[in-house]
Write a protein that binds this ligand. Structure first.
Ligand code: NDP
Ligand code: OXD
Length: 309
């Protein structure tokens, strides 16, 4: 019996010591150094090579190392009948909330404009709106979106969210389904994308959607680069319809050196760090799922592969 880690190119030493601290008897192997593929029952994966998971005939559970499972589900060679789970973690929610609140506040309090005024040695107060008139719309009111929305609402922003099904989250007005999208966008000054990447949500941030936002709206994308049609964002900002964007995720990561986002004055970028799974807190649910998988009990944070998240 063993747990295998398949996260090529990533330093897993912190994960291995966090797992060993809590489960000293557990046999942990790091792909591709697997002594006996038939002994592997649990795989912890991130950006695994397609098809590799089919090489473990007794696999019972595949756990994503993060919240997203898009890279996993894009593998057409996934073994059939093996359960998929993902990370749902308070620390992941907390750091996502820090990032989005910072982005929303910087935009709301006009820090980019003050930064420019500083560069020009200009001392000039700008008019300040009441925070309750600044409307933040969150695409995706799941584990992360609902937590982030709650924190923004506590701060005083007017918050609403869009999901597939209706939600009852304190302080957040719920819009749902295709029929709810236009009404949601019409009242969104800061649009936050926290959707999972699925065939339905791919390219959702496009010029048709941007046109439905009020003039001057701002975009924060912390979900996946594939949600965004990059040239549509550049066109919407350059035409003055959108006021700017804060982007953490990109179609191609690392962002290629020649990419126009690097040098665009109204676009801020970060290298996919909005929220990073903390091994110390996340290993508990991984070990819990390991023992549940072995004993045939229901798993935590299970993914619905038909739905895509
Ligand atoms: P969840 O699965 O908990 O939530 C997904 C939400 O999206 C749900 O509310 C769901 O609606 C909604 N949704 C899905 N499809 C549609 C659709 N077609 N139309 C409307 N709403 C839809 O995901 P998490 O909150 O845990 O994570 C969201 C994403 O954040 C991850 O998939 C990942 O890509 C990204 N992420 C990014 C990180 C970063 O550092 N940048 C870190 C961690 C995650 P319903 O509830 O009705 O089903
Ligand atoms: C995740 C991520 O999905 O870090 O957890 O992007």
């Amino acid at each position: 019996m063993s747990l295998t880690i398949i996260c090529p190119g990533r330093d897993m030493s912190q994960w291995i010591s966090a797992l060993k601290d809590r489960a000293p008897q557990l046999k942990i192997e790091v792909w591709p150094d697997i002594a006996d593929p038939a002994a592997v029952e649990f795989a912890l994966v991130w950006k695994h090579p397609a098809g590799v998971l089919a090489g473990f005939p007794n696999l019972r559970c595949i756990s994503s190392l993060g919240a997203g499972v898009d890279a996993l589900l894009q593998d057409t060679g996934l073994p059939v009948g093996v359960s998929l789970v993902r990370i749902v973690d308070d620390e992941l929610k907390q750091s996502m909330a820090e990032y989005v609140c910072l982005g929303a506040l910087q935009h709301f309090r006009q820090f980019d404009e003050y930064r420019q005024q500083q560069a020009d040695c200009t001392w000039q107060a700008r008019p300040l709106r009441h925070i309750g008139t600044m409307r933040v719309g969150i695409l995706g009111l799941g584990e992360l979106g609902s937590h982030v929305g709650g924190k923004l609402a506590e701060m005083g922003f007017a918050v609403h969210g869009w999901s597939r099904s209706v939600k009852a989250c304190e302080g957040i007005t719920s819009y749902y389904g295709d029929e709810g999208l236009a009404a949601f966008l019409a009242v969104t000054d800061i649009l936050v994308c926290l959707l999972p990447l699925t065939p339905v949500t791919r390219d959702i941030l496009n010029s048709k959607l941007f046109r439905q936002l009020p003039n001057g709206a701002y975009l924060i994308n912390v979900a996946r680069g594939e949600h965004l049609v990059e040239e549509d964002l550049l066109a919407a900002i350059d035409a003055g319809h959108l006021s700017g964007a804060l982007l953490d995720v990109f179609k191609s990561e690392p962002l290629p050196q020649e990419h126009p986002f690097w040098r665009h004055p109204r676009i801020k970028i970060t290298p996919h760090i909005a929220s990073i799974t903390n091994p110390e807190s996340a290993v508990l649910q991984i070990l819990e799922n390991y023992s549940r998988a072995l004993s045939g009990q229901p798993l935590l944070n299970q993914v619905d592969s038909q739905r895509g998240y």
